[in-house]
Design a protein around this ligand. Structure first.
Ligand code: NOJ
Length: 560
């Protein structure tokens, strides 16, 4: 069977590759479970909670970076790509974790961060020591500054986290960092850079890793021909594959090589691209000859709104079909305000849809979680409805740790305890992402809510107790019970990768049917919706009298 044949959507999900309609659960390891009590989650901590993952019913875990790191950016500043941060464990612990997950039928996807290393990476330390003009500096992007003494940065480009994208080193040269100062961008024109990442992919594949999540997959290659354009000039350029910094066509040469490596394994290793690109260009990353799948972040940026959801679903199913991949659905991850909270804040409105909307909640975070007032109950109700809607869609669903507990974003983190470089680089004008990275509450009555015996590396609020996993496990109406039930049924009912929209006669109610007759009905509005016939198997709110309550989703069982 060719790769193309293996990856073609199948009416029989059993015959399709595992990842096409998988539920992938993101573990942010430093905040998941802390086995050694140092306040930082670790790999033995993941092992200690494998039962939770198995009971939840996920198909795979995506592990955010666990590599040695000074944590300038939550681990996305990698000092050594083929090792484990000693605070998180050892390579033996990694192997034990893979074994524990695999023995429960759970695959493992690890994060690869190829756009930049940590400034503590041996290559960057060599580059600093070797000085200007050295071979070691060629692996990064060093330039002379402007002005009489080169004291001005080479360009006025800004880093994603705020401030200049250039940093000066003691001998006077500048290096490019699109993210934090501690994250120097690599030079992907350099053959050693390319070869080293292939070695890394093989290293983890050989250890049993099933796939990779590729960080900022759209930024690796750059055209830095002098004279470099200014920020204003960059802003005028289209994203057509030739932009000097973003989404260049030539990045796909890298992924074609990686694909050849992935396909050396049986089953082929998978990859999912984090690529913030024009939707029309997503299929380039998701194509079977490239990474094979790409994140779709549209729902992260949308209101809880029937019209928006329907348009996003239709557009993304079409894109996935065009690429030969399956679609991905994401409501929360480690970079955005949790969806229970987003949906409890005033709607964004169509005008604000798009990249900037990822910052939804920033005003609320800046106020310490007081302004505008968060509708905690309504936010969670909408989040449960949205999740149940998403879990019924064709394609893979990416869940973020803690969303199965219905957690809200934590706003009340004192400035002195914040970690996100966004907070520091923006001089506090942006609060950043710490609020979705607070260590999980496992047990209401244990120190650190069962996360570990040490002081958690980000403070947990007292209200976490009510959301603790042990409390929710006993409650059939809890969000945890809802997720478990939904994943169990999704597993039983999974079917071909298509859907048919059914007319509901209401603009605020969406209803779709999967090929085997499994139906999903979401009432985004305030008025109850009469369901008619059908056996309700699971619902995000209490159901009575055959009415789907406001802001709720129900699943109807497939035709037997
Ligand atoms: C995307 C990651 O999701 C984010 O957490 C990180 O800060 C940036 N890439 C830089 O690596």
């Amino acid at each position: 069977m060719t790769v193309q044949e293996r990856q073609r959507p199948s009416a029989d999900p059993e015959a399709a590759p595992w990842w096409r309609q998988a539920v992938v659960y993101q573990v942010y390891p430093r905040s998941f479970a802390d086995a050694d009590g140092d306040g930082l989650g670790d790999l033995p901590g993941v092992v200690s909670r494998v039962d939770h993952l198995a009971e939840l019913g996920v198909d795979a875990v995506w592990l955010s970076p666990f590599y040695p790191s000074a944590l300038a950016d939550g681990g996305y500043d990698v000092a050594d790509y083929r090792n484990v941060d000693p605070r998180l464990g050892t390579l033996d612990d990694f192997d034990s974790m893979v074994e524990a997950l695999h023995s429960h039928g759970i695959r493992i996807v690890v994060d690869i961060v190829p756009n930049h290393t940590s400034d503590l990476h041996a290559w960057f330390q060599d580059a600093l020591a070797a000085g200007r003009g050295s071979a070691a500096r060629e692996r990064y992007i060093f330039r002379e500054g402007k002005g009489a003494d080169g004291a001005e940065p080479p360009t006025d480009w800004l880093s994603v986290f705020g401030g200049s994208a250039w940093e000066r080193v003691p001998d006077g040269q500048w290096y490019l960092h699109n993210f934090a100062v501690e994250q120097p961008d690599l030079n992907w024109d350099h053959p050693e850079v390319r070869a080293d990442f292939v070695r890394t992919l093989r290293f983890w594949s050989d250890r049993g890793v099933d796939g990779f999540r590729i960080d900022v997959a759209h930024m690796l290659t750059k055209d830095l021909t002098e004279p470099l354009p200014s920020r204003a000039e960059l802003a005028e350029l289209p994203f057509d594959g030739q932009h000097p910094l973003i989404d260049r066509d030539d990045v796909h040469e890298i992924y074609a090589e990686w694909r050849r490596v992935f396909n050396e394994y049986d089953p082929p290793r998978t990859a999912v691209a984090e690529a913030w690109v024009d939707p029309k260009r997503v299929p380039l990353y998701a194509h079977p000859d490239s990474l094979g799948q790409a994140f779709n972040f549209d729902l992260l940026q949308a209101d809880f709104d029937a019209g928006e959801f329907r348009e996003i679903v239709s557009d993304n199913l079409a894109l996935a079909a065009a690429s030969g991949s399956s679609s991905t659905w994401v409501l929360s991850n480690h970079d955005v305000v949790r969806h229970a909270t987003r949906y409890g804040l005033p709607k964004l409105g169509a005008a604000q849809r798009g990249r900037g909307a990822v910052k939804q909640g920033s005003a609320w975070l800046l106020s310490g979680g007081t302004e505008p007032e968060l509708d905690r109950v309504g936010g969670l109700r909408r989040a449960r409805a949205a999740t149940l809607f998403v879990l019924g869609l064709p394609g893979s669903a990416y869940l973020y740790q803690g969303e199965e507990l219905g957690l809200h974003e934590v706003a009340e983190i004192p400035a002195a305890e914040r970690q996100d470089p966004t907070f520091f680089r923006s001089q506090g004008e942006e609060i950043g992402r710490d609020g979705c990275r607070v260590p999980l509450p496992w047990s209401a009555d244990l120190p650190g809510f069962g996360f570990g015996v040490g002081t958690p590396h980000l403070p947990q609020p007292a209200w976490f107790a009510a959301s603790a996993a042990d409390v929710q496990a006993k409650d059939p109406a809890s969000t945890l019970s809802l997720y478990r039930r939904a994943l169990e049924l999704r597993h039983q009912w999974q079917t071909g990768e298509t859907l048919e929209w059914l007319d509901t006669g209401r603009a605020d109610v969406l209803r779709f049917r999967r090929p085997n007759g499994w139906e999903i009905v979401t009432n985004f509005g305030a008025e109850p919706f009469p369901l008619g016939d059908g056996k309700i198997a699971v619902s995000s709110s209490d159901i009575s009298d055959g009415l789907v309550p406001a802001e709720s989703t129900v699943w109807l069982a497939p035709i037997a």
